[in-house]
Structures are given as structure tokens and as C-alpha cells.
Write a new protein. Structure first.
Lengths: 401, 401
């Protein structure tokens, strides 16, 4: 059996994702598709709209054969680390290829970009360093450095001003290091940041979340998600609200208010005085939106601020981060029958332990995933009549046969 | 003008407290009565039922002339430190005496007890140390050591098995060191721990809180509090709920869940493995009551556990504690006209700064009081339609003229 891999957040799963999984198998000529999915917190520094189990179930019901969890350490990191963790895990579980969506569905410009940047690595990195020293945000610095070396390009490259292209580039870079084949398919219709529910059956996850939060009416998004996803969202809604930063706000505010500026700098990415701004804003803000209005500045992107707040919320300290490098386990969230067959075939040659029951592991990176899941549920529980406790510890992998 | 001092929590203020303030002035032959009152968190390791401003107002409307705040550092400490901080502040503001309630209203047995313990200090402390090493709780150890030296008593002493006597003893001890006269008046009717609303007009604060939490019906406690207190409680109820540990529970649970055992031991009093029990119980408890059931043991009194949790909740670390020794300021919460006259008389000779506006101070002990107030409000705000933010920073002392 041959497997291809995809890197996903499924926040929530929608028709575009179903198309992606199905096309991935075709273009890669694979029997199964394996998704490495972020757990409780996502790359833009946000909590997932519903928990990892609900999102894994959606995927397994709509064309994905295996869902493994991208550890928190990578799922909330910058593009390079996010991609490197994801691709390592797909490689470790036995994917021969990784398929990502792109504007044109052409892998060549990504490969050329990778070749160009590899060739002019020193100049490129010196430029990034300099631009950040000048107070530029990381994505801006990346882009300016890239513009500088573009003069040496002899073949078409990709526009790294697009967030999705940055991720795609890093997938290709990571795939290159690990000898896994990078492939791309054209993204259909909706753009990542599109907020309207325009197209007949395809909408961005952003637009779907917006509809969920604003109307709380699932019918408005029914056309854009598979029936099984719709059912899973309905089930979630019977006992919980859809989770966003505002849901976490009382807990985040308390966490900030009970710390000195110095204590806040123990968390990953928090430094350079932003800790003072956080405390000042927490003292005077009634909501997460108001808090963000008060702390945003040219120096930091919205995403970077949200990532810092995610780390403060979950308790991800610089000391913890320093312990982690490459992924040390493959956490199985769920399988289909086909997925199970593939795992049976791979089992004996996996380079990392495959974790089905977390109680059996003492891996510190995994322990932090459980901590992130518990503090995610702590927020969800405030709105539940029947709180869910320690869910990750007691839930076995889903089997959708 | 002559002032006498009283040490109070007013959780909430009731008729017994009014009697105490009025009798204190008589027995001390004083013109005014000054209360040093705990702020947001109390000696048993609990949040106050209503905030410090509401409690100060109750007192100023019912016979107390000046209310100053007992800093968090003392208000949540063991009897000795609680008493020493309280008496120092009453001494600093110019009280010639301190009046506390006791069973018999006779100061002699307290003085004899103090004399006895001072005389046999070394043996007494060696016994306490040994008993704690054997796993006894602090109050138990104190009592056993005391039993041991009682054989040398030549005059009547007090029973240190009673919590109120332990506090009284420590008041006398602290007063002795500071040359302030300790006085006592008989406590009327209700005992500290009485839970029923029995007597015609006197009930313990414990019984009143119980009624507030259980019935949420203020009429049931109307007979036991002054009219001004009743009004203040009614006003509080229009915008907030009465605060108890359960109100803080989601925030406490999140705080524990986002920490490693090692990180939890940075908080005052948390050590010896109780940190592991806290994390384990936080993962599986639906309420504060359930959590406490899971962590309680013979080794720790309920109060001691609650104090640890208070320190975790507020962020009171051992590093912070190490910075603090004697009180460094007098924080004014409110005055009557008589109180204001007294302050005018004292102003130039006060040994500590009198703080009316916290914005003007950088005192780290005071900063921590503001932090404690903010995290207290963070819990109260979860139940309010209009949150109150940074109240201590913006509220000037009350003037009840």
C-alpha cells in the first residue's frame, strides 16, 4: 500500500478539504491519505473551533484514512518549524509524498524557489537578520530578503508574499531534506482569507467560522461541508459553544493579571517589552478584541501576538521549548479500515513510537499536548453543563470502519 | 484624639462587629476606632464574599472611623505573621491600644500565656519543630508544644486549641514587642464556626455567608447586620454574585492545568509533593468542592490547602515573598469625618507613607495587593454584565461624612 500525506488544521473540515484529500490520492497515485492535523491550538495562534476528536472524525468520514496529531510545539510555530514538524511526521509514518494546495497547482516554481534560496542562502539569511534588526516583522523580513535574491532567478518562482506560498515553500524545503516527494494541486475557488460564503459548495474555513460565530446557525454553512461534518458540528453544538479567543478570555486575562512582567517573559516569544503592554491592556480590557486593539502595533503581526498569547495561555515556557527538537512520537487520533491496514503493514518499521494510549507514554512533548488539550477544555467547560475532563487521557483513537 | 485599633476581615460586616467597634472605643477610652482589614483574600485562604470597598463602606457606616488595608502578604498568612502585620500597622497609624474579642473578655490569661511561652521559648519552639517533622499540622504542633510547657504555668492561661485564642495570643505577643496595649472584650453569643442563624441579632460571619450562598436571599440575614450593611449587600447583588472559591474555580483549574509540578512549587507554601496531587485532582474535578475532597489529607489542614491555592491563584511566589518583611505603607481604604481629623493630627509623624492613591506608589508589596485585587475581580467579572476593571487603581479612599 502507498500513502500520501497532507498537512491540515480542519478548522473546521469543509468541501475544499474533502477535494484536497481525494485529489491528493490521485496525483500521488496512493492508496491512502494520511493527515497530520494540529491539535487544540493552531498556527495563527488560535484555539480550534471544535476539539481535535471532532475534527478528526470529520476527516475520517470524508476521505482521510489516518489522522495523526501535529504536536503543539509545531502546530503553533512559525512556517518553517510548522512545516518541518509536519513533514517529518508524514515521513516517519511512511508517506512517500506530501500534497499541498497552491494557486496554480504547479510544483516547479516551488522547487525553483527552493533551489534559488538554497543557492543564495547566506545572503538571504543575512538580509532576514538585518530586516528583523530594523524592526520588521518576520514575514516582511522574509519577503524583503527574497526580493533581493530574486534578481538571480533564471526560472519562474513563487510569490512569497502569499502566506500559503510561504507554507508551500517550507513544505518543499522540508520534503527535500527528508526525501519525500512534494506535490501540489490547484486550490479551488475560495481563498484562505475570503470571508464571504459565495461559491456554491466551496467556502474558506475562515468564512465558515465567521458564520458559526456570528449566526450560531449551522444551516448557513450546511452547503459548504460534507454531511458527516455537518452532523459532527450539530453534535458539538448540543453540549458546547464554538470556541474562539473570546471563550478563553477570562482565563487568559486572569493568567496575565497574576504575573509580573518578568514572569511573562518566561513564555515562548514573549520579550522586548510586549509583556508590559500585555499587563497594561489586561487590566483595562473587557474582551479579547479590546485587548488586541490595545496591544497591536507595527512591530508585531496579529498572528505573532496571538501565538504569544497562546503560549501564555497554555503555559508553554522557553525552558520547555529548549527541551524539544525533532518529533519523538506519532500520536494516532483515528483510522479508517484502509488506514488500519496500512498501519499493520508499517508497524514494525516505524522509526518513532506510534502512540494510541497516551497513558503509556512519558514523552515530555506529548505531555505538553495533553496539557494544551486540558487547558483548551478548561475554556470549553465554562460553557458546558457537563464539563469534559482529561479527554485526551481517556480517549482511544477513533475507528471509522 | 486617641485611637484604638481592631483587626478585622468583615466577611461580611455584621452586628457582632458593630458591637466590637463600639465596645473597643469604650474599653480603650478612645475617640476613634481604626480597623486594619484584609483586602481581597482572607486568613483561611478564601476570597472575600464582597470586595474590600464594599466591606470598608459597611464598617465606616457602622462605627469604624478609619479602615486601612492589611496587605495580602499578612492577610493570607499564618496566625503569627497575620497578627504581626496587623499590629504593626495599627501601631504605625498611631493606635495606643488594640482590642480583640475573646471568650471571657479577660486579658490576663493571654498575658500569662505570652509570659509563659516567652520564658520557655526554646523548649516550646523545639517541640513545635519536632512535631512538624513528625508530620503534624502547624496548629496541632503548636498545641502539643504548648501542652508540654503548661506544666510550668503558675497562673491561668488560655486554651490554644481555639483558633481565636491563637490569634489573640499572637496579638498580645506582637503588641508586647511594639509597646501598644492589648485589650480584650467578651465575644457575644455566636462562635466563629457557628453555622446556624440562631440568636436574635447576632450570627457568625460563617453563618451569614452560608445563608448568602445557599439562599441568595438577603432577607434571611437582614436581622443580623446593620441597615447600611444590608443596603451594601443589596447593591452588590444587583451587579455581582457573592464570591466564594467555586466562583474562582474555572480560573484556578486553568492555572493549575497549565503548569508542571515543578512550576507549581514556585508558589508560597506549595511543596512536599502536594503539587502533584493538585495537578491530578485539577484534571478530574468538576468543582472546587470535588477538588478539595481529592487533595485533602491528614498532613494538611483545610486552611493550609486553601492558602496554597490562594497563592497559586494570585501568583504569590516564594521569590516575591522573600522580598517582603515588615509593612512598608499604610493603605487608606476610607475614613469618617472623625477619622479624617485624627489623620490630620497624625499626618506629620507617621513612620510609613499613608497611601491614598496607589498610582503614586511603586512599593512592591502594594503592587501585589493590586494584583490580588485584579485577580479577585477577574473571577467576579465572569458573573457581571458590566465587568469592573482595575478598581483599586482608580478608586480614591471612601469618605463617609
Amino acid at each position: 500500500m502507498r500513502a500520501t500525506g497532507i498537512v491540515v488544521e480542519y478548522n473546521p473540515f469543509h468541501n475544499g478539504h474533502q477535494y484536497h484529500a481525494s485529489e491528493a490520492k490521485k496525483i500521488a497515485n496512493a492508496d491512502i491519505c494520511i493527515a497530520v492535523m494540529s491539535g487544540s491550538f493552531l498556527q495563527r495562534g488560535e484555539p480550534a473551533v471544535v476539539d481535535k476528536w471532532t475534527r478528526a472524525k470529520m476527516a475520517l468520514n470524508a476521505g482521510v484514512d489516518i489522522v495523526i496529531e501535529l504536536p503543539y510545539v509545531y502546530s503553533t510555530a512559525q512556517a518553517r518549524q510548522f512545516a518541518s514538524g509536519s513533514i517529518s511526521l508524514l515521513h516517519a509514518i511512511g508517506c512517500e509524498s506530501v500534497v499541498f494546495g497552491s494557486e496554480n497547482g504547479d510544483i516547479a516554481p516551488f522547487s525553483h524557489t527552493h533551489h534559488l534560496i538554497s543557492t543564495y542562502k547566506d545572503a538571504y539569511e543575512a538580509h532576514i537578520h538585518e530586516a528583523i534588526q530594523q524592526g520588521m516583522s518576520y514575514p516582511q523580513a522574509l519577503q524583503q530578503a527574497y526580493q533581493h535574491i530574486l534578481q538571480f532567478a533564471t526560472e519562474p518562482t513563487v510569490d512569497l508574499a502569499q502566506p500559503n506560498n510561504i507554507l508551500g515553500y517550507h513544505y518543499v524545503e522540508a520534503a527535500h531534506h527528508l526525501a519525500i516527494t512534494p506535490l501540489t494541486i490547484p486550490r479551488i475557488a475560495a481563498q484562505y482569507h475570503d470571508q464571504a460564503l459565495a461559491h456554491d459548495s466551496i467556502a474558506s474555513a475562515t468564512a465558515i467560522r465567521k458564520a458559526l460565530f456570528e449566526t450560531n446557525d449551522l444551516q448557513s454553512i450546511e452547503a459548504f461541508v460534507p454531511a458527516s461534518t455537518y452532523d459532527a458540528l450539530c453534535e458539538w453544538q448540543t453540549h458546547s459553544t464554538f470556541i474562539q479567543w473570546q471563550t478563553l478570555w477570562p482565563l487568559l486575562q486572569h493568567t496575565i493579571l497574576q504575573k509580573t512582567p518578568q514572569q511573562l517573559t518566561q513564555y515562548v516569544d514573549v520579550s522586548e517589552g510586549i509583556e508590559n503592554a500585555f499587563i497594561k491592556a489586561a487590566k483595562t480590557s473587557f474582551s479579547f478584541a479590546e485587548f488586541m486593539q490595545k496591544v497591536k502595533s507595527k512591530r508585531y503581526t496579529w498572528t505573532r501576538l496571538q501565538r504569544m498569547l497562546t503560549h501564555i495561555y497554555t503555559g508553554y515556557t522557553k525552558d520547555l521549548q529548549a527541551q524539544f527538537s525533532a518529533p519523538t512520537y506519532i500520536r494516532l487520533l483515528g483510522v479508517t479500515k484502509q488506514g488500519q491496514l496500512f498501519l499493520g503493514q508499517q508497524k514494525k518499521t516505524l522509526p518513532l513510537p506510534l502512540i494510541s494510549r497516551v497513558a503509556s507514554s512519558n514523552d515530555p512533548m506529548l505531555k505538553f499536548d495533553l496539557q494544551a488539550a486540558n487547558v483548551y477544555d478548561a475554556a470549553a467547560n465554562m460553557t458546558r453543563t457537563e464539563p469534559r475532563l482529561n479527554v485526551d487521557y481517556t480517549t482511544p483513537p477513533l475507528r471509522i470502519y
